[in-house]
Write a protein that binds this ligand. Structure first.
Ligand code: NAP
Length: 397
């Protein structure tokens, strides 16, 4: 029987890659719900191709425009698609018990509530929206436990770790280290003094991966690796000192697990997000993802190195936040989102991103969040503090 799929953030890079994989397997998956913020053009073409039952646009005006577009189509199937809007509707749409799989691919904190709604509904949740887990940590993982949801990692590194863990029974006893690899982004070799002059276009031009703008900037600052460190710690219940970051510019080894007997298991493949997406969709089975296999005769040297903390202060800040615990990861995530948006808007320097995060983390009292409400309040407050920092000149050009 077909599995019924909802995609939160279907118009984004991960959303589109997911639909590419699904289109290869019409006998296995049926798209029921698609969501986006405001990209009507892409949503319309996805509606024509996949004919979902329901579409949610977070932005109400975009929902109205989409309704008009759909109603002008001859096909009855298209005009019957239910279109709703607003953030509550995102959560409602993925709570439907008829769904089997929810792909959580909204970018940033906006994905927290809908992703948690999918978890609470007990679905198989394919997590790309790492910010949701970074913000809410244990609260998120407790929700997974309570609801019986199956949480599968789409992030290529976490997917690699998941594959290398296989069915390891007592990870804390038998794992020496999780080796989280990262390419080092486009500025790995740029003279450090030039970092403050780099433009959003340069920061978004990742050498190996084609991704949304926010994660591309996060990769350039290596905050992405910092968020992934926190994500890995919660997802695999591993303390910070058991996770080591390894710079691997070729993005062929997607991460590794080193065991106490000296074995190191690695997951490898061409850098294409359709591989981890297909793995999560089909798990524990395997399906064709449309990705070329690695050709080991053609592979160039694979290199591995330590991260350069002077060049990538965001990575240090994320490590610090994980060690501090409580609301610290939520604070740095919020400050990073505000700082990255300001950098993309040409308001602050590339190097200003770390300055805004550092200042914001230093200004807010860290508590142990008892509820989701504590997380939401912290996120809102940290965003205000970070915005104020920028208004007052931190990181400015
Ligand atoms: N791209 C990758 O290769 C990759 C790899 C690993 C993990 N991830 C993670 O996956 C997530 C998505 O990344 P991406 O690169 O696919 O991002 P993206 O290309 O920017 O797409 C983001 C998606 O979220 C939607 N969205 C944005 N703001 C929203 C809001 N306020 N409410 C509801 N929906 C909203 C967008 O809709 P519109 O199109 O209408 O704006 C779009 O569908 C991120 O958490 C990222 O860290 C991505």
């Amino acid at each position: 029987m077909n599995q019924q799929v909802a995609i939160l953030g279907s118009t984004g890079s991960i959303g589109q890659s997911t639909l590419d994989v699904i289109a290869r397997h019409p006998d296995k998956y049926q798209v029921k719900v698609l969501t986006a913020n405001s990209n009507i053009e892409t949503m319309l073409s996805q509606c024509i191709q996949f004919q979902p039952n329901k579409v949610v646009m977070a932005d109400p005006q975009s929902a109205e425009k989409l309704k008009v577009e759909l109603s002008q189509h001859q096909s009855r199937t298209l005009s019957e698609i239910i279109v709703t809007s607003g953030s509550n509707e995102l959560a409602n749409a993925v709570s439907d018990e008829q769904l089997d799989i929810v792909v959580a691919a909204i970018v940033g904190a906006a994905g927290l509530l809908p992703t948690l709604a999918a978890v609470e509904a007990g679905h198989r949740v394919l997590l790309a929206n790492k910010e949701a887990l970074v913000m809410s940590g244990e609260i998120f993982m407790q929700s997974v436990q309570r609801s019986g949801a199956t949480l599968l990692p789409v992030d290529s590194e976490h997917n690699a770790i998941f594959q290398c863990l296989a069915d390891t029974k007592e990870p804390l006893k038998v794992i020496d280290k999780i080796l989280l690899t990262g390419s080092g982004g486009p500025f790995r070799a740029l003279p450090i003094e030039q970092l403050e002059y780099v433009t959003p276009e340069q920061a978004c031009a990742h050498p190996n991966w084609d991704m949304g703008k926010k994660i591309s900037v996060d990769s350039a600052t290596m905050m992405n690796k910092g968020l992934e460190l926190i994500e890995a710690s919660f997802m695999f219940q591993m303390p910070a000192d058991k996770i080591q970051i390894v710079v691997h510019p070729q993005s062929i080894v997607h991460s590794m697990v080193s065991y106490v007997d000296g074995s190191v298991l690695a997951q490898m493949g061409n850098p294409d997000m359709r591989t981890p997406i297909a793995h999560c969709l089909a798990w524990p089975d395997r399906i064709d993802a449309g990705v070329e296999s690695l050709d080991f005769y053609k592979l160039q040297n694979l290199t591995f190195d330590q991260p350069d903390y002077q060049r990538f202060p965001c990575l240090k800040l994320a490590e610090e936040a994980l060690r501090i615990g409580g609301t610290a990861p939520c604070i740095i995530n919020a400050a990073n989102e505000i700082a990255v948006a300001a950098f993309l808007a040409g308001e602050i320097r590339f190097t200003g991103i770390a300055e805004v995060i550092r200042e914001t983390l230093g200004q807010i009292e860290i508590i142990e969040p008892k509820s989701l409400d504590d997380v939401i309040k912290t996120n809102d407050y940290a965003r205000q503090v970070a915005s104020k920092q920028i208004e007052n000149g931190t990181g400015n050009l």
